[in-house]
Design a protein around this ligand. Structure first.
Ligand code: GA4
Length: 338
């Protein structure tokens, strides 16, 4: 367990809290139990001993940094994001923005426009590195969902993992670059990995939201900025800074997993703050089902104590709703069972 402590940002309540860590090399039964608990309490946990080769991660990081260091005009050739492609500050289509530039790619190489848009770079090399990273993410996400299925006691424990392993899954890879946000001289002399820097900068890189998909796997460099909203504390919700750890992955429950578990697992609300003097790079895989897949609460998750609370919908329908709403909107509320 890790603990982080901080002072408030702009009047927001910031809390010290131990965040769950799951060691994937431990006994399977124990791991699946811990994953369920973390997803019920936080919708969030960190995985260690995840088995993703360090070279796959570092190659992806290098190529992402190469892309973001291209001249603005070159990067813009991969944009505007509609919704895939390169974006700078504008997020989505409903007027949201943040101190971030990003590249949003489809995880399926035949759908993504990767090669043609990453102009000045070597498109073949870029595609190879992305494919290798995405494959590792799909494998890790599949393994975590399989463990989750076992921990939840589902009759068919592969029902969740199959959705993202499907060859038509609509998963995405997002590369986010948060340039530093200088405020004053004091900022420049401080320790970059310390969350105090994100407090001092106080600028929002990516505003509060939950991820719409099934599961998110996030890896960032050693610069802090990610914060999660702790849902279930006696004194109300508070922002919890997540200490950076480039050797691990942060796992987040998405809206679809909340719907399929009939609200037992919670999609975590989170945001990214900008650090006062170091660039933050995050590489985020969003595991999603195929577009026409129906999403419904699983039968085992519906009990007399927990009656069905979401109606059935397709991922395509959910996506239409999410693009019509603002980033911070609680979009799952629109899919509650009457
Ligand atoms: C949040 C999670 C992913 O980054 C994302 C985002 C998407 C986008 O940037 O196009 C959205 C946002 C995200 C949810 C609401 C809509 C759509 C921006 C936005 C305002 C790629 C995703 O799938 O949903």
């Amino acid at each position: 367990m890790v603990a982080a402590s901080l002072s408030p940002v702009h009047g927001d309540d910031i809390k010290s809290l131990a965040l769950p860590i799951v060691d994937l090399s431990c006994h399977r039964g124990l791991v699946s139990e811990l994953i369920v608990k973390a997803c019920e309490e936080f919708g969030f946990f960190k995985v260690i001993n995840h088995g993703v080769p360090a070279a796959v991660i570092s190659q992806m990081e290098t190529i992402a940094l190469d892309f973001f260091s291209l001249p603005a005009a070159e990067k813009q050739r991969a944009g505007p994001p509609n919704p895939l492609g390169y974006g700078n500050k504008a997020i989505g289509q409903s007027g949201d923005s943040g101190e971030v530039e990003y590249l949003l790619l489809h995880a399926n190489p035949s759908i993504s426009q990767r090669g043609s848009t990453i102009s000045r770079m070597n498109p073949t090399k870029f595609s190879c590195v992305v494919n290798e990273y995405v494959e590792s993410m799909q494998e890790l996400a599949g393994e975590i969902l399989e463990l989750l299925g076992e921990g939840l006691g589902l009759a068919d424990s592969g029902v969740l993992s199959r959705l993202i392993r499907d060859s038509e899954s609509d998963s995405l890879l997002r590369l986010n670059h948060y340039p530093p946000c200088y405020n004053n001289k004091e900022d420049i002399s401080s320790d970059s990995s310390n969350d105090k820097d994100t407090v001092r900068s106080g600028r929002i890189g990516f505003g509060e939201h939950s991820d719409p998909q099934i599961i998110t796997l996030l890896r960032s460099n050693g610069v802090g900025g990610l914060q999660i909203l702790s849902p279930s504390s006696s004194d109300g919700a508070a922002w919890v800074p997540v200490p950076p750890d480039p050797t691990t992955f942060y796992i987040m429950v998405g809206d679809l997993l909340q719907a399929m578990t009939n609200g037992r697992l919670v999609s975590v609300r989170h945001r990214a703050m900008v650090n006062s003097y170091s660039s933050r790079l995050s590489m985020v895989y969003f595991g999603a089902p195929p577009l026409h897949e129906w999403i419904s609460p699983l039968p085992e998750m519906i009990t007399p104590q927990m009656p069905r609370c979401y109606r059935s919908f397709t991922w395509a329908e959910y996506k239409r709703a999410m693009y019509s709403l603002r980033l911070g909107h609680n979009r799952l509320d629109h899919f509650r069972q009457d």
